[in-house]
Design a binder for this molecule. Sequence first.
Ligand SMILES: Cc1cc2nc3c(=O)[nH]c(=O)nc-3n(C[C@H](O)[C@H](O)[C@H](O)COP(=O)(O)OP(=O)(O)OC[C@H]3O[C@@H](n4cnc5c(N)ncnc54)[C@H](O)[C@@H]3O)c2cc1C
Length: 105
Amino acid sequence: MKSSYRVVVIGGGVVGASVLYHLAKFGWTDVALVERSVLTAGSSWHAAGGIHALNADPNMAALQAYTIDLLAEIEKESGQDIGLHMTGGITVASTDARWEWLHSA
Ligand SMILES: Cc1cc2nc3c(=O)[nH]c(=O)nc-3n(C[C@H](O)[C@H](O)[C@H](O)COP(=O)(O)OP(=O)(O)OC[C@H]3O[C@@H](n4cnc5c(N)ncnc54)[C@H](O)[C@@H]3O)c2cc1C
């Protein structure tokens, strides 16, 4: 490992890994990722794999759509089965207030 890089990403969770992946994708080579434990040692290890596809914020919705496409792209690029199953989901509203919230989210 060198003593300096153009970019050092700290943390090898999904966010850090994604930042490093995208830097590499845009042609940045002098980059490194530093992880204090093992990759995905933090919250990323615990994630249930739920992928949200709807959001009232158009920027978040675009990011979510990009991510869904990216997962299939990464599978193709790496040649590894990432075990993605798009099953859909159901959100239940048991009160009117919750129903309203679901429509605004
Ligand atoms: C039980 C649970 C279920 C979840 N389910 C879902 C789900 O279904 N769908 C969904 O979208 N999200 C889910 N999430 C949320 C999701 O897991 C997190 O939002 C996401 O993993 C956060 O990623 P991150 O890279 O920001 O953080 P992390 O994955 O926590 O990564 C941070 C990394 O940084 C490292 N680090 C910290 N400090 C340093 C340091 N000083 N030097 C070097 N490395 C350091 C840590 O070791 C860790 O590996 C869930 C979360 C939990 C806890």
